[in-house]
Design a protein around this ligand. Structure first.
Ligand SMILES: [Zn+2]
Length: 112
């Protein structure tokens, strides 16, 4: 009698452990969705209902969010490589040396 009760208790503890582990994995997988093109809600639903493993695969397949940290048109001097944000007729540092150099428009910089 004591064994039956003990074994049933042991099985229930196993189920609780499994549920706790499942939830921990679900939250870990959801946390991976940060900075990705999938919402936290979608990531959570995916990993909760389709197991965290499938959720993880789905999240890893999504693209990372592109962060624009710097977006500016820059001008740079072809002679001294000086960079400035505003258009100038001649490069000021080259002009100080007595050389008139027209700055070139540099490409837009994207950092992510
Ligand atoms: Zn210059």
């Amino acid at each position: 009698m004591a064994c039956v009760l003990h074994c049933r208790l042991k099985r229930n503890v196993m189920i609780v452990y499994f549920i706790v582990a499942y939830l921990i994995f679900t939250f870990l997988v959801t946390a991976l969705a940060v900075n990705r093109r999938i919402s936290m809600g979608n990531a959570f639903t995916l990993s909760f209902f389709l197991t965290p493993l499938l959720g993880l695969l789905a999240i890893l397949k999504t693209d990372k969010t592109i962060k624009i940290t710097h977006y500016a048109t820059k001008y740079h001097c072809p002679r001294c490589q000086a960079e400035f944000n505003t258009h100038k007729e001649y490069c000021p540092s080259c002009l100080a040396e007595g050389v008139k150099v027209k700055p070139e428009q540099a490409e837009i910089k994207l950092a992510g």
